[in-house]
Design a protein around this ligand. Structure first.
Ligand code: CMC
Length: 432
């Protein structure tokens, strides 16, 4: 812990008084240090869902949910989305500072040199059913990577950690694009290192050997923004999963596979796919009230996908940038008024003025708009979450590297509030 504890809290119970140090971070609320609580007081704390628990110390990303602020290494996301580009953001997240021109000139080819997959991996893809969800494929391929790149799995060697990190950032677009190509029965398209990161990904997804494919720079810019906006997001579920997996000393490829698995859920990264599927299911503007009523009905598990956030309670700053990007891309493509978009716009309007959504602070989140852009670019909904995973890989890696380098790091091992049966003796089956 780098911070000095200047304050403390007192916890009184059962005639005991326990002093708990309080740390004041650079930004955000103070944090009560309860690490010695069990040893001193023989009690645990209870916080399922971690709504009030800081699981680690981190210097990478900061979110102020009330202000709608997201900072990568101190830089606001809207400035990065407008002025920077994804590989520069990767450098920032990994090494803590924006690169100089010389550092960037060295970093970009260091990444692009690793964009190809081991040729044997092409056979690995062929083991999947053609109709497998691309998330299942990328999770499997990512997990298998440790068996293709043995020379970068020793987590105690900083050089191997670095090589593994660069390999994953470089290869993930190829892994995701090949999952897509496999699902539509087209040949794999190899990476082109003369293209920028986003253009190369679009090329691997949409080019075919039979004809020329030119990446539209506006589409490439929108893609790059989607990557930048999703690059990291503090201690969310998948990042915490990566850290927890990494805390046991698991190799980096396996840890990122764990993150991908967690991201897949509809409450997390899977929401972009669910949001667009929901817009299509609603179909026409006149059916919106029915879905709004279902979202409000306590007895109906239905939720408006792409709305709400655990941390952002005023607006999602990523959604603001994404909305602008959506307008730009849809304008370019002349898709200003298709039925899905009409439903999206009307749903956004109604939800933002409906007292239920205002009261509960439910705003459209990043996934609401990213799905609309990805659909316009031509991606099927099943590719939305793999694209999120591709972009988040750098964040997972930065967080994993930070954890491994932390000398106070321990294996993550939460405790529980046990509510099961008390001690009882085994009974033979004939006596039950
Ligand atoms: N539609 C309708 N009601 C909702 C929604 C929604 N999308 N989200 C929350 N609520 C209600 C919820 O029913 C609850 O009502 P009550 O207080 O009456 O019980 C209240 O709002 C608080 O919800 P919560 O589930 O306690 O909030 P949470 O912080 O645990 O959940 C969330 C956050 C993002 C999981 C949730 O808002 C949700 O399921 N949203 C839809 C899925 C989605 O879009 N997820 C993407 C998140 S952004 C991308 C990412 O970071 O992964």
């Amino acid at each position: 812990m780098v911070l000095d504890s200047k304050k403390s809290a007192k916890l009184n119970f059962d005639d005991q008084e326990i002093d708990l140090p309080i740390f004041s971070p650079n930004l955000g609320p103070d944090v009560v240090d309860i690490r010695k609580l069990y040893a001193q007081g023989d009690v645990f704390t209870y916080d399922p869902g971690f709504t009030s628990t800081a699981s680690c110390e981190s210097a990478i990303t900061y979110i102020d949910g009330d202000k709608g602020e997201l900072l990568y290494r101190g830089y606001p996301i809207d400035q990065l989305a407008e002025k920077s580009h994804f590989l520069e953001v990767c450098y920032l997240l990994l090494y803590g500072e924006l690169p100089t021109a010389a550092q960037l000139d060295e970093f970009i080819p260091r990444v692009t040199r690793h964009t190809m997959l081991h040729e044997q991996m092409a056979y690995f893809y062929r083991g999947f059913r053609r109709d497998a969800h691309p998330m299942s494929i990328i999770c499997g391929v990512q997990g298998a990577m440790s068996s293709f790149y043995h020379d970068s799995t020793d987590i105690n060697d900083p050089w191997q950690r670095e090589v593994a990190s660069i390999r994953m950032i470089a290869k993930m677009p190829t892994v995701a694009a090949w999952a897509y190509k496999y699902s539509i029965g087209q040949p794999f398209v190899y990476p082109r290192n003369d293209l920028d990161y986003a253009s190369n990904f679009l090329h691997m997804c949409f080019a075919v050997p039979a004809e020329e494919y030119n990446v539209d720079p506006i589409v490439a810019r929108a893609m790059d923004r989607i990557f930048t906006l999703h690059a990291d997001h503090e201690q969310n579920a998948s990042t915490s999963t990566v850290r927890l997996a990494g805390s046991s000393g698991a190799n980096p490829f396996a840890c990122i596979a764990a993150g991908i698995a967690c991201l897949w859920g509809p409450a997390h990264g899977g929401a972009n796919e669910s949001a667009l599927n929901m817009l299509r299911e609603i179909g026409t503007v006149d059916r919106i009230p029915e879905y709004i009523a279902r979202a409000k009905d306590k007895n109906d598990p239905f939720r408006l996908m792409g709305f709400g956030h655990r941390v952002y309670k005023n607006f999602d700053p990523r959604a603001k940038v994404m909305k602008e990007s959506a307008d730009e891309v849809l304008g370019l493509m002349g898709i200003e008024d298709n039925p899905t978009l009409q439903v999206a716009k009307e749903l956004e309007r109604i939800a933002l003025s409906d007292p239920y959504f205002i009261e509960k602070k439910l705003y459209p989140n990043v996934d609401f708009y990213s799905g609309i852009i990805l659909d316009a670019i031509g991606f099927p909904t099943s590719m939305f979450t793999p694209i999120f995973a591709l972009a988040r890989t750098v964040g997972w890696i930065a967080q994993w590297k930070e954890m491994i380098a932390d000398p106070t790091q321990k294996i993550g091992r939460p405790r529980q509030l046990y509510t099961g049966a008390k001690y009882r003796d085994y009974m033979d089956v004939e006596n039950r």
